[in-house]
Design a protein around this ligand. Sequence first.
Ligand code: GLU
Length: 426
Amino acid sequence: MRELEAELGVTTLDTSGYRLALAQFERAADRIDLDPNLRGRLRVPQRALAVGVPVRMDDGSVRTFHGFRVQHDTALGPSKGGVRFHPAVTMGEVAALAMLMTWKCALVGLPYGGAKGGVRCAPGALSRPELQRLTRRYTAEISPLIGPERDIPAPDVGTDAQTMAWMMDTYSQQVGYAVPGVVTGKPVSIGGSLGREEATGRGIVYTILELLGRLNISVASSTAVIQGFGNVGAHTARLLATAGVSIVAVSDSKGGIHNPQGLNIDEVIRHKKSRHTLQGYPEATPIVNEDLLELPCTMLIPAALGEQITGANASRVQCRILAEGANGPTTMEADQILRDRGIAVIPDILANSGGVIVSYFEWVQDLQKYFWKETEIHTRLRDILSTAFRTVWDLSLREKTDLRTASMMQAIGRIAQAHLDRGLYP
Ligand code: GLU
């Protein structure tokens, strides 16, 4: 019975992640006095699709997985957002992440709405052929919703460039010709963009440098603690170290490593690549994830999953800056505690927007069939992020509010204006 409940429960919106996304929305909506009709509309997704994904396993059996694609809003253009493969995926979590994508794209001025997809699975426990079959069947099931002018998936937790290549191929086989613009975060060989893989990490570093400048904190004397050493965490660590920040601790899902003198990040990356774990790295002491979040540092960067900084540990974190590499890592309760303690939070929709910004560049290049140099990608990314940061910073000073509320006010304001200009159909 409990198992059945757990299985059927995957399609409800009422999850902790969705309640968090809603609460953040309501807080900012109150501040801008959002039209109540629009508020009602934006509280729920525009479209949500739940699919059964039957997959032939290597042992010959067939297992059906739960998959989702949610489009939160499409007022500004086609919807955009990643696909997550993780055991905790539910409709509610995917819908929450889709809502965040709407705000993220609007905040940095991309002509996109927000979407997200996911399949409830443990990708690490599947073989590569099983993963390929799962990805292709999932793509076929959501194909009525996606397309370069409709909804453009990208990588997220548990998916990567290979996943996107399989999605692009499946969609292209269905229509009969290559459609690179149907997904972003693809390999460069099939229309991917230079600089996309490290883009989220690069964006996090750019926003941190902007904030350090505003707060008059010197880069060279700064230390960082990073939770998560996947695509986002590892690139953030590497680029922060290059900028001169000392990385004192990093972790993955199995645990972390700590060295107050600073870790050699290139060595750590090599170790993780060859051993598939951080454990056993020689020049550091092991540390569990909960303790890692409470280490003294200039900047703490949760770059793994949601709801990591909570009412239980927010009073014990010892950073001056919290940069949200992950989506939704801070609960409402924690957010209030951090505000009261004067810790500056760079919210997810700003801090980690580098990924979707370079996804936008990739899509533009695919549509134009004209590809840019890597330096051009970096320059344009930095330009968009410094403009967005300045807008948010100035608004937060003007409104005497924190960076999250200012970011949300700006983003929701843009979406609201688009809805009001388009009018209500019919
Ligand atoms: N999954 C990433 C995010 O949460 C990137 C999405 C995209 O590039 O479309 O922002």
